[in-house]
Design a protein around this ligand. Structure first.
Ligand code: NDP
Length: 451
């Protein structure tokens, strides 16, 4: 058994099973048996079950949100959005089973047809930063494609995933179609990598573990999707609406206490407006509400664990701090939003994914300099460009190496559009219209018409 600790009260909020290798194997075998039936469920019936699952999740939105606040310290506003996102993703992919069609290709001597076929059992490994949405981005399209799913939540944050597994059964999904297995990555997650019946591993987490998973999957040429770290740039040009960009910048990095792979943790400001922009930024950072996450006004809660807070603090040297916001004292793994000045692109806080409420800032000269500095990283997940010049917005968006960019916005994730990283931020795309195909194989069948 494993204790789940609240990052707000530092108290035990639940005790959950730690799944063993033997139990993982048994669950994978059950999922394989369930797959034999699930793959044959008529598309319309599979769609109806996913819609019912979405409706049940929706009916439990507040319960799931409150559970996430208790387990993960997410703000109640964010947690409601996260549970709503699972509902939306299920609803969106419920449209897929009836629309996933192959092609008829002209050939000599017959007809040729392609089919999208499910892979089998899919293993989904979820990190602690967004337990609900990241689970849903995996199981929504995977189930729609006709796969069954075994899902491992992070040890620190298993409660909402366990509840989603129960709600799937309540909605009528057959036993074994979605199985949630709380436990250690090195045991349960690793078994997804090595078990031959798991045909694809969908991993979100650190780049280091992602590399190990990719290497492990190579042994069986297992399909893999990796959503890894980020060090995204927020680029503000002098011709931008500076007030709007400064008002949005804290949320773009401190949301979820900076524990967000899309966090815009590197702020690049054009030299001519650097001082003015930092003045505006200081006001918006100081107004950013880091407080008890169950309060409706909260914009940021604590970090997930004391270990994470120590890790984040190790990146900060007092002499580099430009200004901070505020955070509660006392119990809870709190840390105020912190803005640090970068002297060089070699600074450790500028280069590494800190995964905490730390924003590094640096000036740039012109478009080329902005693109060069933004791309001077091994990561390429997300980022923003703020400018009043549409042509510049397009040029810079095409020049920055990242999977997801927004112009005059800090939005990263919309379930209708593909999400994923380039370089060491990942491999493959989640969400959007192509995600169901990513959980399918194309089979080609030739029918001879020769007499
Ligand atoms: P990890 O990458 O270690 O964990 C992510 C998930 O993978 C967890 O469910 C974990 O299980 C599991 N896991 C760990 N090791 C293995 C393994 N060998 N085989 C299979 N699964 C495994 O992230 P951490 O929680 O350790 O966070 C460390 C850092 O990673 C953060 O500070 C941040 O920089 C980055 N990170 C990035 C994320 C992103 O979205 N880009 C998300 C999370 C972290 P377990 O329950 O045992 O931890």
């Amino acid at each position: 058994m494993h204790d789940v600790i609240s990052p707000v009260s530092e108290e035990i909020v639940a005790t959950v099973p730690a799944t063993s290798v033997e139990e993982t194997d048994a669950a994978i075998e059950r999922a394989q048996r369930a797959f034999e039936s699930w793959r044959k469920v008529a598309p319309g019936d599979r769609a109806r079950l996913l819609r019912r699952f979405a409706a049940v999740v929706d009916a439990h939105n507040e319960e799931l949100a409150q559970l996430e606040v208790r387990n993960s310290g997410h703000t109640i506003g964010n947690a409601r959005w996260e549970a709503g996102n699972v509902r939306d993703v299920l609803d969106y992919y419920a449209g897929a089973p009836e629309r996933l069609s192959g092609r008829q290709i002209p050939v000599a001597g017959g007809i040729d047809v392609t089919f999208y076929e499910p892979l089998g059992v899919v293993g989904i490994i979820v990190p602690w930063n967004f337990p609900m949405p990241i689970a849903g981005w995996g199981f929504g399209p995977a189930l729609a494609a006709g796969n069954t799913v075994v899902l491992k939540p992070a040890e620190l944050t298993p409660l909402t995933a366990i509840r989603l597994g129960e709600l799937a059964l309540e909605a009528g999904l057959p036993e074994g179609v979605l199985t949630v297995l709380p436990g250690k990555g090195s045991i349960v997650g690793q078994r997804f990598v090595t078990h031959p019946l798991v045909r694809k591993v969908c991993f979100t987490g650190s780049t280091d573990v992602g590399k190990q998973i990719m290497a492990g999957c190579a042994d069986q040429v297992k399909r893999v999707t990796l959503e890894l770290g980020g060090k995204s740039a927020n680029i503000v040009f002098a011709d931008a609406d500076l007030e709007r960009a400064a008002a949005g910048a804290p949320g773009a990095v401190f949301d979820n206490a900076g524990q967000d792979c899309c966090a815009r943790s590197r702020l690049l400001v054009q030299a001519g407006v650097y001082d003015k922009f930092l003045g505006l930024l200081e006001q918006s950072v100081k107004a950013f509400r880091c407080e008890d996450p169950s309060l409706e006004t909260a914009q940021m809660g604590p970090l997930i664990s004391s270990g994470q807070r120590e890790s984040v603090k190790s990146y900060i040297s007092e002499k580099e701090v430009l200004f901070t916001g505020t955070a509660p004292d006392g119990k809870g793994w709190w840390m105020p939003p912190t803005v640090v000045g970068a002297r060089s692109t070699d600074d450790q806080h500028w280069r590494e994914e800190i995964f905490g409420p730390v924003l590094s800032v640096m000036p740039f000269d012109d478009e080329d300099d902005a693109i060069r500095k933004a791309n001077d990283t091994e990561y390429g997940l997300s980022g923003s460009i703020w400018t009043g010049d549409l042509g510049r917005g397009i040029r810079v968006a095409r020049g920055v190496e990242a999977g997801n960019l927004s112009v005059n916005s800090n939005s990263s994730v919309r379930y209708w559009t593909p999400f994923g990283g380039v370089k060491q931020s990942g491999l493959g795309r989640e969400l959007g219209p192509d995600a169901v195909a990513a959980f399918s194989e194309v089979k080609n069948v030739y029918f001879s018409t020769e007499a």
